[in-house]
Ligand binder design. Structure first.
Ligand code: MG
Length: 302
């Protein structure tokens, strides 16, 4: 049977782009909620400078308080070597480092060109080996850039090859600003796979232009092994003013459940968490499942 791993990124990519800053306790409650729903990989924190990302200023405190149960791994996002040092100290199990597909965006995000970030990535991979921490790369703006526009497939393939060569534990193609479509997913995934060999491939979609779930479908159909999603569909992107959040975890789970694709999460349990996240943020969240409910209804299923 087909299967795909779901990486819950709400606590990081979701919350990082919300105006309301949750308390450490609220973040930990959210993480506990998704774990209770079956999530086994959580992008929990970012080690970006608190001046730029105040929402993640308590990364260390969050990592101190999360449940360390068997089989759950916590991912911390890092931008540079300083972030790596903080991540190791905080005790994350994995790190994700974004490498933006365009120099302009990479400079705005990380202060250096793409090539320089790839070099740092290689150093982090080596350090990760010694520390026993998996180091993954996220190729941000893989489907389009808010500054440079269209991103050539060849550019993404070239970066992916270099990251695989550097020893990436996993490579993710991210549609950071939500401009992709299912056919471009097929095209880019098919082009990247041969150059990364047996390195695991993940995808990260935003639903900015209503193509997020369709893109997730295309990812699964074309052999993506893991998908990022955020509870409630929370989040956005600081470089794409109208960007909405990541695809909602519960919407993704609903689609996969209907198709019989295995993922290990419980939709019912997720739908218990979503309202608490909406309440904490003090706003409605994009989740379609929260609005429409599941089908068949839980009573019919019983
Ligand atoms: Mg994102």
């Amino acid at each position: 049977m087909a299967s795909v791993e779901i990486v819950e990124v709400g606590p990081r990519d979701g919350l990082q782009n919300e105006d309301v800053i949750l308390s450490t306790e609220q973040k930990v409650a959210m993480i506990e909620g998704v774990i209770a729903a079956g999530v086994r990989r959580v992008e929990a924190v970012s080690f970006a400078h608190p001046k730029y990302v105040p929402q993640m200023a308590d990364a260390e405190a969050v990592m101190e308080s999360v449940p360390r149960s068997d089989g759950v791994t916590y991912i911390g996002l890092i931008m540079n070597w300083r972030g790596w040092e903080r991540a190791v100290k905080a005790g994350v199990d994995e790190v994700n480092m974004p490498i933006v597909a365009t120099d302009t965006f990479n400079r705005k995000n990380q202060g250096v060109d793409t090539a320089e970030s790839i070099e740092v990535f290689g150093q982090v991979v080596e350090a990760g080996r010694d520390a026993g921490i998996g180091v993954s790369a996220v190729i941000a703006a893989s489907f389009g850039c808010p500054f440079e526009g269209e991103v050539p497939v060849a550019r993404v393939v070239d970066i992916a090859g270099k990251l695989a060569e550097a020893g990436a534990h996993e490579i993710a193609l991210a549609d950071t600003i939500g401009v992709g479509d299912p056919w471009s997913v097929e095209e880019r995934v098919s082009a990247v796979k041969p150059v990364i060999g047996d390195v695991k491939l993940r995808a990260h979609f935003h639903d900015t232009r209503n193509t997020g779930i369709a893109n997730a479908y295309a990812g699964v159909e074309n052999g993506v092994q893991a998908l990022d999603a955020s509870i409630g569909g929370i989040g956005g992107c600081p470089f794409a003013p109208a960007a909405t959040g990541n695809i909602a975890t519960e919407d993704l789970v609903y689609m996969l459940d209907r198709a019989g694709v295995e993922h290990g999460l419980s939709l019912e349990r997720l739908l218990e968490v979503t309202p608490t996240v909406a309440e904490a943020l003090g706003k409605e969240v994009p989740s379609a499942l929260l609005r429409a409910g599941t089908f068949p209804s839980p009573m019919e299923q019983a």
